[in-house]
Design a protein around this ligand. Structure first.
Ligand SMILES: Cc1cc2nc3c(=O)[nH]c(=O)nc-3n(C[C@H](O)[C@H](O)[C@H](O)COP(=O)(O)OP(=O)(O)OC[C@H]3O[C@@H](n4cnc5c(N)ncnc54)[C@H](O)[C@@H]3O)c2cc1C
Length: 399
């Protein structure tokens, strides 16, 4: 709630600072319209303290009745010719896997939130990864993602059922949707969590902070739901229990198509430059600044081809122009979780480690025996990458 008091002197200082053009000067008095988002920019510049925002005290809110862990189900388009036009994005199963552990610890239910134009029996898969319940909203307006439509549906569901925790993938969709839901529910959101746990009944949200130099543990004691996003490949996938089907609860939510402020006029498919995507690779051969030259990287590419993997790179290597940014592994690159991760000439800075530490087997080659990469490696080779890579290539070729 924002108010302009009689103290207003019509000085016009607040009008140009409003990022949403929500203030007009009428009869030498600031008048605020519905475009206002309560950002407070005007409050800061008012010389006579005439503008006041009355915010609800978070600590006075009634949190009783909030129960259960929710996971937003992200759907993605399937290939042309597939039976169904949509399938569940794998990060959803990773979120259900961690969500199951959180729900068990709290002794509460794990629910999946499925918004779709047509359900294709998704509850079977969602159940096998641990969901007790699927809240299903089926509506033709949900045929594709739209911020206004999807957030309206989720906010309505959250008001109706009061979850304690809501988890989203830190994908393009999740990163768009979660902040909008959080601000409408007047709650917080921790983005890109690398670990989630329960502490004294609260969601303990851990994520790198200050450029990855420290890990921040975040609790939200005064607001509900507690909301977090998690990047794909960060949480370990649980073994599915086939045959366990979640209970489907159909929800009737009024969705008005006039809510849709953005209309998709045209779609253009971006063409991949070929090869598998790094986030889905089972084997990654990664190089760092220690590879020194493009020719050094060529060795890794050859090794990669023989192993049937994808080439990765540290930011150091990307900054040197040895590999394109799309191959960068780490905090400001892609988080990966392959079966095998080979690291050549990578020191193991924390920003790199957070992006690959959940790989099943890590093998590191570095000439410095004290390189931090060895702290996360299952197998470590102290030596020159330029000598070891050709030996591996030779051995694989012989095989
Ligand atoms: C906000 C922020 C985000 C970041 N995001 C990322 C990210 O997403 N990914 C990322 O990787 N980094 C990221 N970084 C950068 C990170 O801090 C490191 O600077 C970077 O990872 C270093 O890359 P490197 O290991 O290749 O290079 P270096 O740290 O220079 O290490 C090179 C290593 O190669 C070894 N070496 C040298 N020659 C040889 C040889 N002949 N044989 C074997 N070993 C050899 C050396 O002993 C050394 O350990 C980020 C930093 C910040 C501040």
């Amino acid at each position: 709630m924002i108010n302009v008091s009689k103290k207003c002197i019509g000085c016009n200082k607040c009008v140009p600072v409003c990022p949403f053009a929500a203030i007009q000067l009428i009869d030498r008095k600031a008048v605020i319209n519905e475009a206002c988002t309560l950002c407070g920019a005007c409050v800061q510049v008012c010389p006579v303290q005439a503008i006041e925002i009355a915010r609800e005290e978070a600590s006075t809110r009634d949190l009783t009745g909030h129960k259960g862990v929710w996971v937003f189900v992200e759907l993605m388009q399937t290939q042309a010719g597939d039976k169904h036009p949509h399938k569940i994005r794998p990060v959803t199963f990773e979120l259900l896997s961690i969500g199951r552990r959180l729900a068990d610890e709290l002794g509460e239910e794990l629910s999946a939130i499925l918004l779709t134009d047509k359900n294709a029996g998704f509850e079977k898969e969602l159940g096998s990864y641990g969901a007790d319940k699927v809240y299903l909203v089926e509506n033709p307006e949900l045929y594709e993602y739209n911020t206004d439509i999807f957030s309206t549906a989720i906010i309505a569901l959250a008001h109706r059922h009061k979850p304690a925790i809501m988890l989203y993938g830190a994908t393009i969709m999740g990163r768009d949707l979660a902040p909008r839901v959080a601000s409408s529910l007047y709650t917080g959101l921790t983005a890109d969590c690398t670990a989630l746990a329960i502490k004294d009944g609260l969601l303990l949200q851990s994520r790198p902070a200050f450029g990855g130099n420290i890990m921040a543990d975040i609790l939200s004691p005064n607001s509900r739901p507690q909301m977090a996003t998690v990047r794909p490949n960060v949480m370990k996938l649980a073994e599915p229990i086939y045959g366990k089907v979640a209970l489907t609860v159909r929800e009737d939510i009024k969705i008005d198509k006039s809510l849709r402020r953005v209309k998709v006029l045209e779609r253009e498919l971006s063409r991949e430059t070929g090869g598998a995507k790094i986030e889905e690779a089972r084997i990654i051969v990664s190089g760092g600044r220690g590879m020194k030259t493009k020719a050094g990287f060529k060795q890794l590419e050859e090794l990669c081809r023989l192993l049937g993997g994808v080439v990765g790179a540290s930011r150091g290597a990307v900054d040197m122009g040895l590999k394109e940014k799309s191959h960068q592994v780490g905090q400001s690159g892609t988080t990966v979780s392959p079966k095998l991760y080979l690291a050549f000439g990578i020191s193991g800075a924390v920003q790199h480690i957070v992006g690959m530490k959940s790989s099943d087997v890590i093998v590191a080659v570095n000439k410095d025996p004290n390189a931090p990469i060895f702290n996360v490696a299952k197998y470590g080779v102290v030596g020159d990458a330029h000598e070891i890579a050709p030996k591996l290539i030779e051995a694989l070729k012989k095989k």
